[in-house]
Design a protein around this ligand. Structure first.
Ligand SMILES: Cc1ncc(COP(=O)(O)OP(=O)(O)O)c(N)n1
Ligand SMILES: Cc1nc(C(=O)O)sc1CCOP(=O)(O)O
Ligand SMILES: [Mg+2]
Length: 207
């Protein structure tokens, strides 16, 4: 499967009180990957919420990705996204199997992406491209770096960090396959607006 489209990422604070309604609204508009990102240490809640998301994703034929936690991903039979300090890719690939989607954070370093490709990543993620409400301190990445990465890498490229409908077009023009978005998607006043945004992000990626 070609990984291209909207990559929706959940945020427990932003989605408090409307978690499943907003996620379903996004899925309704079209989501290629949905990442469950919860930085709390409440493991029971994480398992409960991830199970609900797996059910929703299966209904909408969307792939679920768990942030940070390869064991939870293995327990649910879904994919995982690992940052540079979240554990190595090779054992995660062995744990999850050859078909699982495994993503790797590469900040703005193409060498990290080449290494991730060798270790079995399914996609590589670069960022942060713009100011991010969700992760203001993430290291910055540039469009020039993205264009260079596109010429050097065969893997799908994901971009992240402050991505909105207003600023995403140049990212696509410079080689992005997956637009990873928290606020630019879920920071909306209604479920209808979430669905509209999801459709509009996907339109930007149609070739
Ligand atoms: C698609 C995607 N790209 C990058 C990240 C960031 O991962 P990481 O650097 O491990 O930071 P946290 O998200 O764990 O705070 C991501 N989650 N998803
Ligand atoms: C989780 C995350 N990682 C980033 C990185 O650059 O690695 S930026 C980021 C937050 C993305 O949320 P928003 O779309 O609200 O900016
Ligand atoms: Mg992480």
């Amino acid at each position: 499967m070609k990984l291209r489209g909207l990559y929706a990422i959940t945020d427990s604070q932003l989605l408090a009180g409307k978690f499943l309604a907003y996620v379903e609204a996004a899925l309704d508009g079209g989501v290629t990957l949905l990442q469950y990102r919860d930085k709390s240490s409440d493991e029971a809640r994480r398992l409960r919420e991830a199970e609900k998301l797996r059910e929703l994703c299966s209904r909408y034929k969307t792939q679920l990705i768990i942030n940070d936690d390869a064991e939870l991903a293995a327990r649910l039979g879904v994919g995982v996204h690992l940052g540079q300090t979240d554990g190595p890719l090779t054992p995660a690939r062995a744990l999850l199997g050859s078909k699982a989607i495994i993503g790797a954070t590469c900040h703005s370093q193409i060498e990290l992406a080449e290494q991730a490709a060798k270790e079995g990543a399914s996609y590589v993620a670069f960022g942060r491209f713009f100011n991010s409400n969700t992760k203001p301190g993430a290291p910055a990445a540039t469009l020039d770096m993205l264009a260079q990465a596109r010429t050097r890498l065969q893997l799908p490229i994901c971009v992240i960090g402050g991505v909105t409908l207003e600023n995403a077009a140049p990212l696509v023009a410079h080689g992005a396959d997956l637009l990873a978005v928290v606020h630019g998607l879920f920071g909306a006043d209604s479920t209808q607006e979430v669905t509209r945004r999801a459709r509009a992000f996907n339109d930007l990626l149609k070739v």
